[in-house]
Write a protein that binds this ligand. Structure first.
Ligand code: RIB
Length: 332
C-alpha cells in the first residue's frame, strides 16, 4: 500500500508538505501543491482517515501581528483582543512586525506552521499575497485594507475634530504634524484636519514625519519650532509626538496652552498623567481590539458574517493643553 512517504518521494517534497496539502492546512505554494496532487493521483494514495481526522482537529490558536508594542497604542489593541479571545477559549501567538515586510512574512509562516485558525494584523501591507495564501480568516486592525475584513477608527473625523476644537479655542497660526506617509490612518487624520481648516478659511503649516516612535519624536518637535516658532496651535500625529512638542515648548519658555495649544491623537494611558495633561483625539483601542477578535471568531466559526468592515467612532478628550472655550470667549 502506498504511504505518505511514497507520495512525498514521488513529488520531491517533505512529508509535512504532503500532509499540509492533504489536510488543507497551512501555506503551500501553488506549484508545489500541483506536484503533490499529481503524485497522489499517480500513486493512487488514500490518506489514513483516522490520522486525517485527528490532524484536522481545529486548534484554538490565533496569530496576532502588530507593528511595535513599544508604542503604548498597540498594547491597548492587544489587550482588547486577548481579553475577548480568552473568554472564548482561544489563545494567541504574538509578533512585532517592526513594519518590516520580511519579518511580517516570517511571522505569517510561523503562524501557519503552528496551525493557527485565524490572524489579526495591523499592517502596512494588507494586500500582501501571503495573507491570501494562508487560506484562513484574517482581520486587519487599525491599518487595514479596503476590501478585506477590517476594524479601524474614523481617522478622518478625528483630524476634523482636532482642527475644529483648536480653532474654537482661539488658535489661528496652526501647524499640523503629518504622520508617516506609509501609514493609512495617519494620512486619514491629516486629510481630515487639513480639509476642516480649509473649510474654515484658515491657512496652516505642515511638518512631515516618517515615524510615530519615541526615538524621532524629539526631532519633529525641534523642527516644528525652528520653522514655525510663532505657531499657536499644534495638531500632532499621535500622543508620543505631542508629548515631545510639549517638552520643546516648555524648553523654549512657552506656556501651554496660553502661548500654544497642543492636541494629540490616540489617548494612550500616559496622556492623562502628563503635566499639563494632554488634550487628544481618542481612538477606542481596546474596543477596536475586542471588535476585531469578535469578527475573527465569527469568520472562523460561522459561514455567513454580515458586517466585515467595522469603523469605530473617535472623540475629543479635553484636558489641559487646550484652552477652554470659555477662556477664548473672554479673550474676545
Ligand atoms: O501611535 C501609533 C499610531 O499608529 C496610531 O495613531 C495608530 O493609528 C497606529 O496606526
Amino acid at each position: 500500500m502506498m504511504t505518505i512517504k511514497d507520495v512525498a518521494k514521488i513529488a520531491g517534497v517533505s512529508v509535512a508538505t504532503v500532509s499540509r496539502v492533504i489536510n488543507e492546512s497551512g501555506y503551500v505554494n501553488i506549484d508545489t501543491r500541483k506536484k503533490v496532487e499529481a503524485a497522489i493521483r499517480q500513486s493512487n494514495y488514500s490518506p489514513n482517515e483516522v490520522a486525517r481526522s485527528l490532524y484536522k482537529r481545529k486548534s484554538k490558536l490565533i496569530g496576532l501581528l502588530l507593528p511595535d508594542i513599544t508604542n503604548p497604542f498597540f498594547p491597548q489593541l492587544a489587550r482588547g483582543i486577548e481579553d475577548y479571545m480568552q473568554e472564548n477559549g482561544y489563545r494567541i501567538i504574538f509578533g512585532n512586525s517592526d513594519e518590516n515586510a520580511d519579518k511580517e512574512l516570517d511571522y505569517i509562516r510561523t503562524f501557519v506552521q503552528n496551525n493557527v485558525v485565524g490572524v489579526i494584523s495591523s499592517t502596512n501591507f494588507p494586500d500582501s499575497g501571503a495573507y491570501l495564501e494562508m487560506n484562513i480568516p484574517v482581520v486587519f486592525l487599525d491599518r487595514t485594507s479596503n476590501d478585506s475584513p477590517s476594524v479601524y477608527a474614523d481617522g478622518r473625523k478625528g483630524g476634523r475634530l482636532a482642527a475644529q476644537e483648536m480653532v474654537a479655542r482661539g488658535s489661528s497660526r496652526i501647524t499640523i504634524i503629518q504622520g508617516p506617509a506609509h501609514v493609512k490612518p495617519a494620512q486619514d487624520r491629516f486629510q481630515g484636519a487639513a480639509e476642516a481648516l480649509a473649510e474654515m478659511g484658515i491657512s496652516y503649516n505642515v511638518i512631515q514625519t516618517s515615524s510615530f516612535s519615541y526615538t524621532e519624536a524629539g526631532q519633529w518637535a525641534t523642527e516644528l519650532f525652528e520653522r514655525f516658532l510663532d505657531t499657536d496651535g499644534v495638531i500632532a500625529s499621535n500622543d508620543i509626538v505631542a508629548s515631545a512638542v510639549l517638552r520643546e515648548a516648555h524648553r523654549l519658555g512657552k506656556t501651554v496652552p496660553e502661548d500654544v495649544q497642543i492636541i494629540g491623537f490616540d489617548d494612550i494611558p500616559l496622556s492623562s498623567l502628563m503635566s499639563p495633561s494632554l488634550s487628544t483625539i481618542r481612538q477606542p483601542a481596546r474596543d477596536m481590539g475586542s471588535a476585531a477578535a469578535r469578527l475573527l471568531i465569527q469568520l472562523i466559526e460561522q459561514d455567513q458574517v454580515e458586517d466585515k468592515i467595522i469603523q469605530l467612532p473617535v472623540s475629543f478628550i479635553e484636558r489641559e493643553t487646550t484652552r477652554s472655550r470659555m477662556e477664548t470667549s473672554k479673550k474676545g
